[in-house]
Write a protein that binds this ligand. Sequence first.
Ligand code: PGA
Length: 269
Amino acid sequence: MQAWVIGNWKQNPATSHDVNALLDDLCAAISTTKQMSHDNSARCQIMVAPSFIHLAAVNGRLKDTSILCAAQDISGHSASVGAYTGECSAQQIVDAGATWTILGHSERRQYHQESNDSLLQKMIHALSQDLGVVFCIGESQAQYDTKQTLEVIDNQLAVIKEFITQQPELIEALPTRLIIAYEPVWAIGTGKVPTVAEVSATHKHIKRTLAGFADSLSNMTVLYGGSVNADNANSFAADPMIDGALVGGASLKADSFLTIATAFSQASI
Ligand code: PGA
């Protein structure tokens, strides 16, 4: 199975100058690192998700490389245009050159009160424009402590089930246009990580749940996210249930990001 390593840049870097410097480092490292040779990049798809303001420029710089570009969110109000101040639609994202969007990141759920209903709308808009979706799920520290992880995840995955009910004609697109990213909220940006065995068991549950929604979802890509770095990437990559990583902090340095990608590309040999 092809691995995915996705860099979520969040509200970084501060300036276009810094974005270009990061891209310079990424492109230079990719062309000189033997491990990220053509064969290996086929085994691990790399993608970066800059903020809206940098999306078109980043895509312009990456369009002749194997690196894909994603948005971090899209408007739930309309797939194309409308009177929605501050929003950016799926169509506009596609026009800027992105082929994927992250949806339901815990920071969006927390700071923008994103609900299952609003995420369903966003998912419908994304897929209607053939924008792939990296759908983030995960439990809080309190939910982890009280062993509610699987219950929370089932509730978040209900969005996918409802999507299938409402858009049955798009089911066939999901195996190639939907990726699940399991990110325990308590592991994001904290340096704390669950054990590989815990992540593996949770991924198994996610894969089984998706397979139960539709036969065509029997082999879905499930990434782990939350404090993945150059030192721990190998241990996650070695587990066959973990198909890649969604990386925040460590994606802002080309070296650490590509070390993570190399770990997953080598593990999938
Ligand atoms: P982190 O962020 O790697 O900095 O923990 C992951 C994420 O929020 O996707």
